[in-house]
Write a protein that binds this ligand. Structure first.
Ligand code: PLP
Length: 261
């Protein structure tokens, strides 16, 4: 049976990030995509010019209506915007017993535009990190969640992944794409075992918009179809590498374009 995969995230009209990237990824990886919108953005490959938030009550109404009808097999959470929306999503996870929840703690777009209010970071840490089955921070997001400096090497990444478990994360995929080097290494950490490293070649691609959205969505789509998170993450990384390899074939605008689904 085709698994139902839900994204709770913001819209990107350029189709490279947000719910548009999530739905393309779900379809490409054998899932049936569903979406609850948290915000509209006015956005192109050149950046974000505006954000129009969906009120928290209406985020909750979308979730309640959908989940009273459909069973979802995995959830990806992306851009949330503010504390009220975070609280609404956290209580919906409990009330509907959502499982296979992958949280991408989106804070700032590559263009530099903020997608999460600074004062909402604590709510992500306290309300969502412990409820998610996997969190997928990059290094700046990990530092923000922990209130620490950004780390710059693999040993420090291992230590920081451990501290994310200490604050209540059930599983962490700490993404090392911001480190210098010919390959890009991510660490999958779970309590009670040493972190597993996934390395991929670093491609000279110009178009990298939506990489984080794509990876977390690929993991959510694959998790119900694979034995465990390790297998889902391994294949999701391969999917992202191929999406990056062909990204420069796209002509979605003048700025940093999207990866190729
Ligand atoms: N727009 C939306 C709606 C997003 O959810 C995200 C990332 O999660 C972005 C933009 C940023 O994408 P990137 O930083 O890959 O350019």
């Amino acid at each position: 049976m085709t698994p139902n995969i839900l994204t709770i995230a913001g819209s990107d009209p350029s189709g490279g990030a947000g719910i548009q990237a999530d739905l393309k990824t779900f379809s490409a990886l054998g899932g049936y995509g569903m979406s609850v919108l948290t915000a509209l953005t006015a956005q192109a490959t050149t950046g974000v010019t505006g954000v129009f938030p969906v009120p928290a009550e209406f985020v909750r109404a979308q979730l309640d209506t959908l989940l009273s009808d459909a069973k979802v097999d995995a959830v990806k959470i992306g851009m949330l915007g503010d504390t009220d929306v975070i609280n609404a999503v956290a209580s919906a996870i409990d009330d509907h017993g959502l499982h296979n929840v992958v949280l991408d703690p989106v804070m700032v777009a590559k263009s530099g535009d903020r997608l999460l209010a600074v004062e909402a970071i604590a709510a992500v840490r306290d309300q969502l990190v412990p409820r998610a089955d996997l969190i997928t921070p990059n290094l700046p997001e990990s530092a923000e969640l922990l209130g620490e400096d950004e780390v710059h090497d693999l040993p420090a990444m291992r230590a920081q992944a451990g501290r994310l478990l200490d604050i209540g994360a059930k599983r962490v995929l700490l993404k090392g794409g911001h480190l210098a080097g010919e390959s890009s290494t991510d660490l999958l950490a779970e309590p009670g075992s040493s972190p597993q490293a996934f390395s991929a070649e670093r491609l000279p691609t110009k178009n990298t918009h939506g990489t984080g959205c794509t990876l977390s969505s690929a993991i959510a789509a694959l998790r119900p179809q694979r034995r465990d998170f390790y297998e889902a993450v391994r294949e999701a990384k391969d999917y992202l590498t191929e999406a990056l390899r062909y990204a420069d074939d796209l002509n979605a605008g003048r700025g940093k374009g999207p990866v190729h689904h």
